[in-house]
Write a protein that binds this ligand. Structure first.
Ligand code: S3P
Length: 168
């Protein structure tokens, strides 16, 4: 008897403004898979926006909620899924361990830091860690090494969402 096939998970990672959500939606549509944005899961589980959580409970609490949401999501269903992580999620070793255990395929979306900052300013979302250019740049530098362990790395500069989704 054939075994039950394991759910396939493609996980988009990268810094704020990398295009994880828009590329993820397009890719999921192309594959006919479910699309999930981890920040949306955090918000619906806590009934609070990411910006509110940062403002009232702080980043440390946000990171706990993020890991809980990821654990919940990966354990939850056996559906094939495209998952977009928030920019800081892959940096946390606990989250990388959860992704390893789920045999998720990780794809890093990259762009120069000026371009990432430009996209964040344009898309109108409130990102607590994108408010100060100096913090943005510092985080970008600090996270580089962690992002390097993604299985696939893709440059997004000068490409539209459709192009990047097709390449992934
Ligand atoms: C964060 C990125 C955000 C969100 C939160 C923290 C980060 O997601 O999870 O504001 O630490 O880089 P996006 O990368 O989707 O903006």
């Amino acid at each position: 008897m054939a075994g039950v096939q394991k759910a396939q998970r493609v996980v988009l990672i990268g810094f704020m403004g990398a295009g994880k959500t828009s590329v993820g939606k397009k890719l999921a549509q192309e594959l006919g898979w479910r699309f999930v944005d981890l920040d949306d899961v955090i918000e619906s589980r806590s009934q609070n926006s990411v910006a509110e959580i940062f403002a009232t409970a702080g980043e440390k609490r946000f990171r706990e909620l993020e890991t809980e949401a990821l654990d919940f999501l990966l354990g939850q269903s056996n559906e094939d899924m495209v998952l977009a992580l928030g920019g800081g999620a892959f940096v946390q070793p606990a989250n990388r361990a959860l992704l390893d255990r789920a045999a998720a395929a990780t794809v890093l979306l990259q762009a120069p830091v000026e371009e990432l900052h430009r996209r964040c300013r344009l898309d109108g979302r409130v990102r607590p860690l994108a408010q100060k250019p100096a913090t943005f740049l510092q985080l970008f530098e600090e996270r580089r090494a962690a992002y390097e362990s993604a299985e696939l790395k893709m440059e997004t500069m000068g490409k539209d969402v459709e192009q990047v989704a097709a390449e992934v």
